[in-house]
Ligand binder design. Sequence first.
Ligand SMILES: *Cc1c(COP(=O)(O)O)cnc(C)c1O
Length: 405
Amino acid sequence: MVSMDLPETSLPAHGTPREELFADLRARKSADADWRAGRTWSLIYPAGEDVDAVLREAHELYLYENALNPFRFPSLADMEREVVAMTAGLLHAPPGASGSLTSGGTESIMQAIRVARDRAAVESPALVVPRSAHPAFAKGAKYFGLELRQIPLDAALRADVSAAAELIDERTVLVAGSAPNYPHGVVDPIPELAALAASRGIPFHTDACVGGFLLPFLPDAPAFDFRVPGVTTMSADVHKYGYATKGASVLLHRNGDHVLQYQAFLYQDWPGGLYGSLALAGARPAAPIAAAWAVMRYLGVDGYTRLVRRIMATVAKIRAGSTDLGLELLGDPAASVLAFTAPNIMAIGDEMDDRGWHLDRQNDPDALHLMVSPEHDRVVDRFLTDLRDSVDNAGQSRGVQARYS
Ligand SMILES: *Cc1c(COP(=O)(O)O)cnc(C)c1O
């Protein structure tokens, strides 16, 4: 965490000239990770200059609008519905399904948890998720007062179905699995987990925040979407492998009635008139909605398929290259997320830091983590050369803290 101490600064008495202001801003930014050079392996998902241009143009058109009120800016409401509909189609949601655009995967997951809690209306509700599930589930459990129960992972780093069965009881309001998960890129046994939940009458959420815009374009993807009976809600982040700018994720409900029945917040017990919202936020930025809509329309099925092929070619190179170097790949990743371990993996990470690469550290077991993006095909050969040097030169780890990002 960054320090919460405030910097020594105050609102300047006089305004700052624009040139000076932006010189300062550019200087500050120069210390940030150089993602355009392909040096980051998480957080940003570069898909090329043409996609970049589409996103910027959409942003410029919608910088100022507010998506809080769908009646004032009907174009936003339409785009939001169309993004949700396009995503529902990709994930094979049946007729009658519905959903909304949220600010990100965390909000999609938290809303799914809240809806499940409110539907079940049991005392002391509990949530059952794999140990590898994203912290958004723990956050949702904490915010909305649920007990979090973690399903242990099996040898393949997938949620252990028989252990899950033991954790489910009459207080369980939602079971979830990831497609794929963040730490290892492994897809949980979604059909088995969803069947287990359904057999007890419990809703099931597939967290496809990462996979929602990847797996549909892979020929051999494991079953994960609404074609699996028992999957009741899904999250898919347009701002990850949908390539939109940050602030766009889709939450889908198999039963579309649940959107108004449980997700919506409607209020009129104040002097300001009827207030309605599907989101956790009130005022909502319009630009991410326009960007999500624009990039999905711009790419289409063939665009996404092309980008997934680029990713998978890079993944194949990294899998082969790092195994050659004696690094051990964790589990059997389904797509673009990889984690490697070795006895001195943290020291190798330090060496990669020195060579200007940003790789996230993980624990349990210690590992380096990569999320591959389309543009990484430009740097993968250099990456593997530096990885070889790093493996050859790795001594003692400097003890850089494992850090989630
Ligand atoms: C990123 C991620 C999330 C959370 O999404 P945010 O957009 O960061 O809030 C949830 N699940 C998985 C598997 C993720 O990788």
